[in-house]
Design a binder for this molecule. Structure first.
Ligand code: FAD
Ligand code: EPU
Length: 374
């Protein structure tokens, strides 16, 4: 285990904020991750897990030990049906295959490899930044597909026992931008009597299993994707074409973090009642609203921000702002910091609450995460 001290994190978060990790370790194996967890317990250090830092806001230096998974293998087994197929008593089902990827694998490279190796189902999730290990945390989703639809299991280290534990898909409690891993209660690490000031993660995801399809079926429920495919007169697009089109749409509105610091959507799309929707559409008939299966309505947070006048705005001396092509994306124009970004997010939340009566929920995690006093 190679420990680094006072590690600069500007290259380890896609906002590019300049903070440091008191101690930092990259685990090349599950055994090394367990060693790091043991070390943090023995030394009563708070533990923070970091993937590629594309869904975090670093507001300060991170105390204790920051652990990044650097495992990089994945396996696509065309002879083994996916686990969900076995659960459904379809062990002889020849239509699916089992795919397993380690936590440190880059998500987009993994998606491209599945397409190349004729294992289908992840195309619409192309170009989402980050690692495989972080993907189940908020049940990543885009263009009408969520990872939960093809995920079969999540393997983790339970930081309490430091033992491996496997969650079948049904036990992951997946929902829109949510899972058991995002909600898991903070853990009291450290020596007896030690009360950590910072929240501890309960589960470190080590590997993710998928059930992918051998035959490609395009999933075109998302209007922007279906429209683009119609516009290009593509009757039966193949998987690589769908992936390319998803990448094109994404590049046309989402900033590339290598050029403009951001963490994707900063707020979740709020779920509202039919009554609130009707009230809003009395004033704004074009408000983009999407009915959900349970009778609630999802409203586009980007539209709320744009209508409240935030699109393209700059604050904090021009260092931070709201993207001019997609109002849901907050950006670091250069020289901004995490605390000022949270101030901007708070201003935005207040203005949306005042104008529409809707409470926005932040999507990226703020780190370090302070515990409530015990
Ligand atoms: P990090 O940001 O490093 O971590 C995120 C959270 O997961 C943290 O709380 C961290 O502690 C925890 N974590 C990370 N790895 C592990 C692990 N192995 N075990 C346990 N906990 C862990 N998201 C979408 O859903 N859909 C999109 O379309 C989308 N588009 C984006 C576009 C851009 C330009 C950007 C910058 C982000 C976008 N995101 C999107 C958000 C982001 O890409 C995803 O949330 C991604 O899964 C984060 O991966 P990461 O490795 O960077 O995680
Ligand atoms: N819109 C505006 N103003 C804008 C941008 C969009 O009014 O500046 C309206 C448009 O009417 C548009 C609607 O909002 O039709 C939805 O916009 P978009 O298709 O860009 O999607 P989104 O709801 O803003 C969500 C996800 C993205 C995901 C895309 C595609 C959330 C919080 N965000 O964005 O995920 O890539 O759909 O599926 O659910 C992320 O989570 O980080 C992320 C980027």
């Amino acid at each position: 285990m190679q420990l680094e001290r006072n590690k600069p994190l500007n290259a380890y978060n896609t906002f590019g904020f300049n903070t440091k990790a008191e101690m930092f370790v990259e685990a090349q194996s599950i055994a090394q991750a367990q060693e790091a967890i043991e070390y943090s317990k023995k030394n009563a250090l708070s533990l923070t897990i970091l993937g590629d830092g594309s869904n975090v806001v670093l507001t300060d230096d991170i105390p204790g030990l920051t652990l990044k998974m650097a495992t990089s293998a994945f396996f696509i087994d065309h002879h083994q049906p996916g686990a969900a197929a076995i659960d459904d008593n379809k062990a002889s089902d020849n239509n699916t295959c089992s795919v397993i990827a380690e936590a440190g694998v880059n998500w987009h490279q993994f998606v491209l490899a599945t397409i190349e190796q004729q294992a289908f189902g992840l195309e619409n999730l192309s170009l989402i930044p980050g690692t495989v290990g972080a993907a189940p945390i908020q049940n990543i989703g885009a263009y009408g597909v969520e990872i939960s639809s093809s995920l079969s299991f999540v393997e983790c280290i339970d930081c309490e026992s430091n033992q491996l534990q496997v969650f079948d898909r049904d036990n992951c409690e997946f929902a829109y931008r949510d899972s058991i891993f995002k909600r898991s209660p903070p853990l009291q690490l450290g020596n007896a009597g030690f009360t950590p000031q910072f929240k501890q993660p309960r589960f470190l995801i080590t590997r993710v299993g998928f059930t992918l399809q051998k035959q490609f079926e395009p999933q075109l429920s998302y209007a922007a994707l279906a429209n683009e495919i119609a516009l290009r007169n593509l009757d039966k697009p193949d998987a690589q074409t769908v992936s390319n089109i998803v990448c094109d749409i994404r590049r046309s509105k989402l900033p590339d973090p290598a050029k403009l610091g951001n963490a994707g959507s900063f707020f979740k799309n709020p779920i509202i009642s039919l009554t609130i929707q009707q009230d809003i559409q009395k004033h704004w008939p074009d408000a983009p609203c999407y009915p959900q299966a349970d009778g609630t309505i999802k409203i586009a947070a980007a539209w709320l921000l744009e209508t409240a006048g935030w699109k393209g705005k700059k604050v904090a001396g021009g260092t931070l702002g709201v993207h001019d092509k997609q109002a849901l994306v907050l950006v670091n124009h250069g020289g901004g910091n995490g605390q000022a970004l949270i101030e901007l997010a708070t201003e935005i939340k207040n203005s949306v609450k005042d104008m529409f009566g809707i409470e926005l929920e932040q999507e990226p995690r703020t780190l370090p995460e302070i515990s409530h006093p015990v």
